[in-house]
Ligand binder design. Structure first.
Ligand code: ATP
Length: 446
């Protein structure tokens, strides 16, 4: 079993400015998190890689940024008003609320060694269905006709724009539409840091295909998406597929696989992405509810049809957590008493690519290092640090996953060479200061 590093990670993330609890000075808002200076860079790097892989590097997928607020009928058509529910149980003793189908993951607030219902004092009500959508009102009047929802997934913005995108880009089937955006779910039991939150970001792609070719495309996307996670540097032993059983499958879905990551400890393997064959359900429903035809016209074969949809849906926050969990390690260093904590992030994901340090704060070294940091910053994010011992400065960069540290020492000022230390191997190379940029760029895949 992989160790549970969650508590250590939460504290590292706060200490170094990756992730803070939302509204912390007011005691925090329930399971909502803010990304700090390093966290926003890490998450952005993950989102950029997704956008690059799914949109920019392909000619058969178009990007979209649909609004969070949509016409309320969208959520009737999609089935969310009637069916986006979880079974909820209340405890009459502690007033706690739990998801009836996830009691195994929950703890009794009054007796944390027990699960809800396991302790004599627990008094659980029978389950009732609870809709997870956040409700609000559009316009100044708070009446039922003005009800709006914060979207619980980004996909519906893609379906309702299917023909707008297809006709404006003149894409031919098969093609896809992708978007990254916020989604909101009033989760009953959020938790595990940024694993399950009430406000999160999704990266979703809907691929429209001709009926009969759907299972072939489904198999391709299933493989492609796993390859993307592996390319982030996630350990292959911690990734697996989970095929939805007949009972798990949504009634309209033809097939579905989750990609799961092993978060360690008791959390273990959990879904980070879903790949679904949704058939024609969504376009059919929107056609029915809007009264507008959502057919595709194949000009070559003079044929009209509703395409089938293969969906890939991944949480940007969940992948960020998987990347952080997978990267966290504590290790001893040969010849040193103190161990070190390292975030072994893939260099392309690391928020800072290079730390630049003067060995000491004299003899022209700070000026030289400041100038070098400025030069390198034009190519990638750099952190300049002159405070504390050089060892402490290295450790600080190790803890935030910086792959390279460049040190300016007494020799630099005379022969214009610097040392570059690599985070994982601790190997140090002496290179001309003018070659530092190319040396690092070559290794971070920037
Ligand atoms: P779960 O069973 O964990 O509630 P789900 O099956 O409802 O998830 P989907 O609707 O398939 O999830 O959402 C697609 C992806 O969005 C998930 O794989 C996950 O990465 C992300 N996601 C869903 N809900 C949340 C949440 N509350 N917080 C963070 N990410 C989420």
């Amino acid at each position: 079993m992989y160790p549970d590093v969650m508590d250590k990670l939460v504290s590292l993330c706060k200490r170094h400015g990756f992730i803070f609890q939302s509204s912390e000075i007011y005691g925090g808002a329930g399971s909502v998190w803010d990304y700090g200076p390093l966290g926003v860079e890490l998450k952005k790097n993950i989102k950029d890689r997704w956008w690059q892989a799914m949109v920019r590097s392909r000619d058969d997928i178009e990007g979209l940024d649909a609004a969070i607020l949509m016409h309320p009928r969208v959520w009737e058509a999609s089935g969310h008003v009637a069916g986006f529910t979880d079974p909820l149980v209340d405890c009459k003793t502690c007033k706690g609320r739990f998801r009836a189908d996830k009691l195994g993951d929950a703890r009794c607030p009054q007796k944390p060694s027990k699960r809800p219902g396991e302790w004599d004092a627990c008094a659980l009500t029978p389950p009732r269905m609870f809709n997870l959508m956040f409700k609000t009102f559009m316009g100044p009047v708070e009446e039922s006709a003005a009800v709006a929802y914060l979207r619980p997934e980004t996909a519906q913005g893609i379906y309702v724009n299917f023909l707008n995108v297809q006709q404006s880009t003149r894409q031919k089937i098969p093609f896809g539409i992708a978007q990254i955006g916020k989604a909101f779910r009033n989760e009953i039991t959020p938790g595990n840091f940024i694993f399950r939150t009430r406000e999160f970001e999704q990266m979703e792609m809907q691929f429209f295909v001709e009926p009969g070719t759907d299972m072939e495309w489904f198999a391709r996307w299933k493989a492609d998406r796993m390859a993307w996670h592996l390319a982030l540097g996630l350990d292959p032993d911690r990734l697996r597929y989970h095929e939805h059983t007949r009972e798990e499958l949504a009634h309209y879905a033809r097939a579905a696989y989750d990609i799961e990551f092993d978060f360690g400890g008791t959390l273990g393997f959990q879904e980070i992405e879903g790949v679904h064959n949704r058939g024609d359900f969504d376009l059919m429903r929107h056609q029915e509810y809007s009264g507008k035809k959502l057919e595709y016209f194949d000009q070559v074969r003079n044929k009209r049809y509703i395409p089938l949809v293969i969906e890939t849906s991944v949480g940007a926050d969940r992948v960020t957590l998987a990347v952080l969990v997978g990267a966290y390690r504590e290790e001893t260093v040969a010849g040193e008493q103190e161990g070190r904590t390292v975030l072994g992030l893939h260099p392309a994901l690391a928020p800072i690519k290079a730390g630049v340090f003067p060995l000491v704060k004299k003899d022209g070294m700070p000026e030289y290092a400041t100038q070098l940091a400025g030069d390198l910053r034009r190519a990638f994010p750099v952190f300049y640090d002159e405070s504390g011992s050089i060892g402490r400065r290295y450790r600080r960069q190790d803890e935030v996953g910086t792959p390279f540290c460049v040190t300016v020492d007494g020799q630099t000022v005379t022969d214009h060479t610097v040392t570059i230390r690599e985070r994982d191997s601790l190997r140090q190379d002496r290179v001309p200061a003018t070659a530092a940029r190319a040396y690092i760029e070559e290794r971070i895949g920037a």
